[in-house]
Design a protein. Structure first.
Lengths: 243, 525
């Protein structure tokens, strides 16, 4: 028992050191760990709001590091800074979501963080942002942010995740805007557009069938995206006509 | 009291561990899976380091698709570099042109030319055009930079969110270029709005900015304007290459035709025919010659009629109609093809006729031995399917006549990929068809004799033949027995022969490619 206790102390010390290496003061980390251990839902309102503000501030700080390139992340090769700061940002966003994702008091802050993050051209960050959107009500500004993010996205996994979120806008007043985003993704980055082609069927309906048909005919005939879109259109027709 | 302290301690320990582990798992070590590492020289084609290419894809497929652009270390260095550079120049040029025309069909000449230049300078700055190399021990190697995190010519990075490396995208030269161009083009589109560029036609600034973002991350797009940046030397070197175009010192024939089938490899990644013919289109079709149409069909002339398959990957099955002499395909126009009354064969019927030992889509495969599961038939290793596994064939591919290597697409432990299943001579030592009574996990395609239920909310039409004349509608929820399974088309369309209301006919039950829709039509009971 005593040996286990000592091992655990060493592990906690290691955790504190890890957080220290990412720019967090050890004592602050220890206090944060204690706050996490208490769970956010149990915090009194004032303390909770303070905690939310603190996390949002940290997200903004890391995001600033991402944009300026002037913080103390590793510069061992040209991309090491980008990957390190992106990981830190994605982890911070994921932690924010984990702590407060279900808390009504944090909904506005979660939305704002996700809207900024989904426009950052990094797969880890965009994925973390899309995970937040999934648990929020659909919203025109959320959709706008996702659309901007997908214009620069080349990550097929992010594209697939975004499609899952965009599907929620089918049959809503925002559907036209959503379809515009999806059709833009069809003509986007090569591997991301292939993932869109695989999943396009659920976005086709009677109203937009002609526009998807036109889009398909504009794509290179031998391209996989053109073939997959043709398959989806044919499948849709069959589903409407009984096979 | 001590029990309370220990309980609190364990709770905090678990919370701390949960916070640490996700970040730790996101990191990939330097020179991950870099076997038999060798050095090189800072000159075109041989930049250090290189590691075994077969960590990421099969050597057989590397040679088959990319032989002209493998740098041979034992050849005379000067002549080999000249040969290699001329071949690779054509590949880079064609890939860059295909890419931008696909993204922007209305691209102007100036933008197209500057984009091609941007891609060439990027390939120079990243790796001096180094990708595949056959070293003196005759092993095939792949270039690895940035402490092994950068893979191949465009330095596809294994720290990225999308596991491109595991998919074989970094290993495959054309996929490597395409993935790199995806990132470069994103920056290319952003650059004109940046203060350091200012306009779409400020080509030098636009090229420099695109590369700065490519090399250092999207936020570094104007990095080249800061002489004090940690990587300012990289930007200066890039500018030097942009101005001096040193690759042209080795490229005697910049307009040389590519020996590599770039367009096919961009879209299909592998199993592409070689590129043949001169600049002048053929005036007529010849026998024993393979032809490629604009939309990707492959055709041969049998008698006076053109006989075709819809996709390049099925061309080997044309050999059952008439053997063609070479895997080099000539391009043919639609108007010329039309003169020969082309017939397009269904891939399942034709390939089954060509090699009856190929197992049909929907068959349950019994794994005689453990076999690697790859993202594509020749590409990235995902996992290993255990001996004795029974998995459904979702797709097939036949290659390399007359040996007839076969591959099946399967789903194994939530991963989808392809397994190699031997040749027509030895397939039984790899995979056989499982008996109809075998217990199998859930499958997409119902087996012959199995009961199914109509799941399409409006019912399904029964037809005299697959996709043929209408007989009558079978309502939602009705239960049927599968009398026969028919698979048709390039997307593996499923049809079931059934009996309903005293009549026998065929019902449609969805596709397997690119994504399965069978369950929207019927459910196996």
């Amino acid at each position: 028992m005593r040996a286990f206790f000592v091992a655990g102390l060493l592990l906690i010390a290691g955790v504190i050191l890890v957080f220290s290496s990412n720019g967090n003061a050890p004592l602050e980390v220890a206090a944060r760990l204690a706050a996490v251990a208490r769970t956010p839902a149990s915090l009194p309102p004032e303390e909770k709001n303070s905690e939310i503000s603190k996390v949002v501030s940290e997200v903004n700080q890391i995001e600033s590091c991402y944009q300026t390139g002037t913080c103390s992340y590793p510069q061992t090769d040209p991309k090491s800074y980008h990957f390190a700061v992106s990981h830190a940002l994605a982890n911070k966003i994921a932690l924010f979501s984990k702590q407060f994702g279900q808390d009504p008091a944090a909904q506005n802050e979660l939305r704002q963080v996700a809207r900024k993050a989904v426009k950052i051209d990094d797969g880890f960050v965009q994925s973390a942002a899309l995970s937040i959107f999934k648990d929020l009500p659909i919203d025109q500004e959320n959709l706008q942010a996702i659309g901007e993010g997908m214009q620069t996205n080349s990550d097929p996994l992010v594209a697939e995740q975004a499609l899952g979120e965009l599907q929620r806008y089918m049959g809503t007043p925002q559907e036209a805007k959503m379809q515009e985003i999806v059709q833009g993704m069809v003509s986007g980055a090569h591997f991301a557009s292939q993932k869109v082609g695989e999943n396009i069927l659920s976005f086709i309906n009677d109203q937009n069938f002609p526009s998807y048909k036109q889009l398909q005919q504009q794509l290179p005939a031998q391209s996989r995206i053109a073939r997959d879109l043709a398959t989806a259109l044919k499948e849709y027709r069959r589903q409407r006509s009984g096979g | 009291m001590s029990k309370i302290i220990y309980s609190i301690f364990i709770f905090v320990l678990i919370q701390a561990t949960a916070l640490v582990l996700p970040s730790a798992n996101a990191q990939i070590s330097d020179y991950y899976m870099c076997n038999s590492r060798e050095s090189g020289e800072w000159n075109f084609g041989r930049v250090p380091m290189v590691c075994d290419a077969n960590s990421w894809g099969r050597d057989q497929d590397l040679v088959q698709n990319f032989d002209p652009v493998i740098f041979d270390d034992v050849a005379n260095r000067t002549s080999e570099r000249s040969r290699y550079m001329n071949e690779l120049n054509a590949v880079i040029r064609d890939a860059a042109i295909y890419y931008i025309k696909k993204r922007n069909p209305n691209v102007g000449t100036d933008e197209l030319n500057n984009w091609v230049l941007a891609v060439m300078v990027t390939a120079t700055a990243e790796t001096y055009w180094s990708h595949y190399r056959q070293t003196s021990d005759r092993r095939y190697k792949l270039m690895r930079g940035d402490f092994g995190h950068g893979h191949g010519m465009m330095q596809v990075d294994d720290r990225s969110h999308f596991p491109a490396i595991q998919q074989g995208i970094g290993w495959n030269l054309i996929s490597n270029m395409t993935y790199g161009m995806d990132i470069l083009y994103t920056a290319w589109l952003r650059a004109p709005s940046q203060s350091c560029v200012g306009s779409a036609t400020n080509w030098t600034a636009r090229i420099r900015s695109s590369w700065a973002a490519y090399n250092g991350g999207p936020a570094r797009i104007c990095r080249w304007t800061n002489p004090n940046d940690a990587w300012a030397r990289n930007d200066q070197n890039f500018y030097d290459q942009l101005q001096n175009k040193r690759w042209l010192n080795y490229v005697a024939n910049p307009q040389m035709k590519s020996s590599v089938n770039v367009a096919c490899l961009i879209e299909n990644r592998e199993n592409c025919s070689s590129v043949g013919g001169g600049e002048v289109p053929p005036p007529s079709m010849q026998t024993k010659t393979l032809y490629r149409t604009v939309d990707g069909k492959m055709c041969i002339l049998v008698g006076s009629q053109a006989q075709c398959v819809r996709e390049e990957r099925d061309r080997v099955c044309l050999n059952t109609l008439e053997k063609y002499s070479s895997d080099t395909a000539e391009n043919i126009s639609d108007s010329l093809l039309a003169k020969y009354n082309p017939v397009v064969y269904d891939r399942h019927e034709l390939c089954s006729k060509y090699d009856p030992s190929i197992l049909k889509v929907g068959t349950i495969l019994d794994f005689v031995i453990s076999i690697n599961l790859r993202a594509t038939p020749g590409g990235g290793l995902l996992t290993t399917v255990a001996q004795g596994s029974k998995l459904e064939a979702l797709d097939f591919e036949l290659r390399n006549a007359p040996a007839n290597d076969r591959y099946y697409k399967v789903r194994y432990n939530n991963q989808v990929g392809y397994v190699y299943a031997g040749t027509s001579a030895n397939y039984a030592t790899w995979i056989v068809g499982a008996s109809l009574t075998s217990e199998v996990p859930s499958s997409s395609v119902a087996r012959m004799g199995a009961p199914i239920q109509v799941m399409a909310s409006s019912g399904i039409f029964m037809r005299a033949t697959p996709g043929g004349a209408l007989i009558e509608a079978i309502p939602y929820g009705y239960r049927l027995q599968v009398l026969e399974v028919v698979v048709r088309g390039t997307n593996n369309e499923i049809f079931y022969k059934v009996a309903y209301n005293g009549r026998v006919g065929y019902i449609y039950s969805g596709v397997l490619l690119p994504k399965e829709t069978v369950k929207a039509w019927t459910k196996a009971l």
